[in-house]
Design a protein around this ligand. Structure first.
Ligand code: GLN
Length: 216
């Protein structure tokens, strides 16, 4: 059975578990390395990235999670999760640990005070149908992307977006998916469905290789 973990140290864990279950996968909270070892993919929720990164360290998950991501485990980060996955963070804190794995530069709290939180409709590549309702809460954006990174969505060019208009807010690099917004808060599970398809693809690849684990 395809099992997807949600990192459950801080942040909106329950909403991700609900969205994943609605896609028909087994979804479990992950707090310990033994729990991480049992999942085929991981979701890193929104929350506070510095806090989550400290907890990752104290729960002994930082290195095991880095290793799984490097080995090709499908991983989806929303908001704080995107920050944790980024190879480089602007306006981050010196004591913030990065998981890395996503060749992007992100800016924390990028929307600034005036547009601290923002909601809008946006089209996302890989998500068929009507535009998504995207909710941004003290969100980062992606300043720049490396060669292997696909841009999946940008902030729509509407007045309410202010200086965020046109900024990159959803990306994919191989098995790593990330959004600056929170699809888990809208009751629309299409982004989670895209991720679950990535996980299912990884499970099949793993079975074919005989490794029993997703391969790169
Ligand atoms: N501002 C938070 C951070 O920097 C992210 C906000 C969120 O996940 N909603 O970690």
């Amino acid at each position: 059975e395809t099992t997807v973990g949600v990192l459950a140290l801080q942040g909106d864990v329950r909403e991700h578990l609900t969205a994943l279950r609605s896609c028909g996968v087994r979804a479990v909270a992950v707090r310990r390395p033994a729990e991480l070892a049992e999942v085929h993919g991981m979701v890193l929720p929104g929350g506070e990235s510095t806090t989550i990164s400290r907890l990752l360290d104290s729960f002994g998950l930082l290195d095991p999670l880095r290793a799984r991501i490097r080995a090709g485990m499908p991983t989806y980060g929303s908001c704080a999760g995107l920050i944790l996955l980024a190879d480089q963070v602007l306006d981050g804190r010196a004591d913030q640990h990065q998981l890395g794995g996503l060749d992007v530069v992100v800016r924390r709290n990028a929307f600034g005070r005036q547009v601290d939180s923002f909601e809008g409709e946006l089209a996302m590549a890989g998500v068929p149908g009507a535009p998504l309702h995207a909710v941004f809460i003290r969100a980062p954006w992606v300043e720049s992307t490396g060669a292997g990174v696909e841009v999946l969505a940008r902030v729509p060019d509407v007045p309410a977006a202010g200086p965020a208009a046109g900024r990159i807010v959803a990306v994919r690099q191989g098995a790593v998916l990330a959004t600056a917004f929170h699809p888990e808060l809208t009751g629309d599970a299409r982004v989670h469905r895209l991720f679950c398809e990535m996980v299912a693809g990884g499970v099949i690849a793993g079975a074919a290789s005989g490794a029993g684990m997703p391969v790169q």
